[in-house]
Design a protein around this ligand. Sequence first.
Ligand code: ZN
Length: 390
Amino acid sequence: MPGFVDTHHHQFETALRSQLANGILINDGRPANTSNYYDTILQGFSMVYRPEDVYINELYGGIAQLDAGVTTVMDVSQIHHSPEHSDAAIEGLRDAGRRGVFGYFEGWGDRAKYPADAARIKEQYFSSDDQLTTMVMGGEIYLPGYEEAWKIGRELGLPIALHVVGTFGMQPTFDELGAAGMFGDDNIFIHMTGMSDDGWKYAADAGAHISLAVPIEMHMRHGTPPIQKAIDMGISTSLSTDVECTMTADFFTQMRGLITLQRMFANEKALSAQEYPELMQCMQALRHATMGGAEGLKLDRKIGSLTPGKEADILLLDAEAMNVAPLNNVPGAVVTLMERNNVDTVMVAGQVKKWKGQMLGFDLDRLRTELEGSRDYLFEAAGIERDLFA
Ligand SMILES: [Zn+2]
């Protein structure tokens, strides 16, 4: 099958895996949620990253996902505290050897150069379309100055990606931008939870793309994943893993989250004798996990399907494995039975990256030790105690 395409992954958080496994997005006043994504990760950990932390986190997270068959990622790293941080993010993304879309988002502090440094970054690293890494501009509408980021992105011909989350109070701004005709087919809207019908119509009419992180949205209170809305509106939709501090970046989990939740809502309507939408089929879940992402990242001429002339990002999956055999339905086996250890062989642009279950070309023990070193520094610098059984 074609490689999986993840359209939104904060790879800089790899060293923080499962640190916030029980966390939600923002503090709701309950003692259990004092530690939450906004306060602990964005306002805490992310502030203390050094360029070397950014690099090893990006690299290790990228290799780990490649091992699981995710051959393309859009990385969303909000740690652009200096140009050196940005360079480290790009180099970590590139050195993993897979297809990577560098999402240039915000940073903090005196040396942060977002968004103006986008021109330098594009010229230095992304001047050619004929390479594995490309660039997207981040333009968060909940942060002051997003207008400038959108303007720079469009001047540079970059797609513009942003989180769109009702619980952050974004709906009025989103509606205003849509009404003002600011949306385009260069927009990637992440989550799209809690938005108005008008907002959806503006997005659909503009040909924008939607990235759904279904397990994370359910787990962290982003709002109900708008799977059915996206289907009903006919909007191009992809899947994304978001944050490994709270949930795995594995794509089998993504597909099962998508298909079971869509069917749960439809089945509930059927049981209460209401009209209900078509039940999602396994092949549709696979399409969201591959071609949907390729469309969203403007890479569908290169990847997303096994088509002559494309660039051969290909997975070989083991249908004879103990958890899969005997094979009776191909998309069904992939979506409902398989796991990351069934990914036997991985190619990116025709280059073999994993062969018969083994990643090629990396000293994984050494990299894991570096990641652990980064983890130790991050916890200490952020003043957060590591509690293995919290
Ligand atoms: Zn995100």
